[in-house]
Design a protein around this ligand. Structure first.
Ligand code: PRP
Length: 217
């Protein structure tokens, strides 16, 4: 088999998704106990038996590591894949971390949104917001990039609406906001470096198949 002497490196997005992903990997026979130790300061974890290395990185960096081949594989949400726009292969939808990308705001903004009268949109996802407002709705709006707690923007008058991830809807509700339009569903995807897919095809496909089987359990 090709490249058996070489480790396959897997990048995972830090946080809740990493834990869900690791559970799925475990079900699929791909184990890495060390990584689950919450007190560890280590950044990279090795399973010598399977020839795998894992590391946890900031979510938005996962596609970067995969594009440059520093990781052969990565697991990250579709929101990040779209936003980063990296040259990678998206090979499997794990269906984990399901949520929606939405336009949200106070109920009174609904009419303005429907009639193209929104002037400003605040978001952590400017690429997604531009694609939706410019390409799909053909509306000219100013997209304002924020780095977190985006729900604040319509409350303090920075923008009329936001483009953000909605999972349970409780953050919106707690702040007097609601979903006005749904842009697209989101979930975690497996991404692969293009060269790795050629060089290590059999081993990578075996990993993907193991994950598919883990999903069916
Ligand atoms: C995300 C999102 C919303 C919240 C939605 O924020 O930006 O704020 O989760 O979840 P809910 O619908 O279940 O309430 P995140 O936790 O990433 O924090 P941040 O926006 O402050 O970075």
């Amino acid at each position: 088999m090709e490249g058996t002497d070489r480790f396959i490196t897997i990048a995972l997005a830090k946080g809740r998704l990493a834990m869900q992903t690791l559970d799925l990997f475990e079900k699929s026979g791909i184990t890495c106990d060390e990584i689950k130790d919450k007190d560890t300061r280590k950044l990279i974890f090795v399973n010598h038996e399977l020839g795998l290395k894992f590391f946890l990185s900031k979510t938005s960096d996962v596609p970067t590591y995969v594009e440059y081949g520093a990781a052969d594989l990565g697991v990250v949400g579709y929101d990040t894949i779209f936003e980063e726009g990296r040259k990678i292969l998206e090979v499997l939808d794990l269906g984990l971390g399901k949520c929606n990308m939405c336009v949200a705001g106070p109920a009174i903004a609904k009419d303005d949104l429907e009639n193209g009268r929104i002037r400003r949109v605040a978001t952590k996802y400017p690429r997604m917001a531009k694609d939706y407002f410019y390409e799909k709705k053909h509306q000219t709006v100013e997209i304002i990039k924020l780095n977190g707690s985006v729900e604040l923007a319509p409350i303090v008058g920075l923008s009329e609406v936001i483009v953000d991830i909605v999972e349970t809807g409780s953050t919106l509700k707690a702040n007097g906001l609601e979903v006005l339009e749904t842009i697209c569903p989101l979930s975690a995807r497996v991404i692969v470096n293009e060269a790795s897919m050629k060089l290590l095809r059999d081993r990578i496909l075996a990993l993907i198949n193991a994950l598919k089987e883990g999903l069916c359990e």
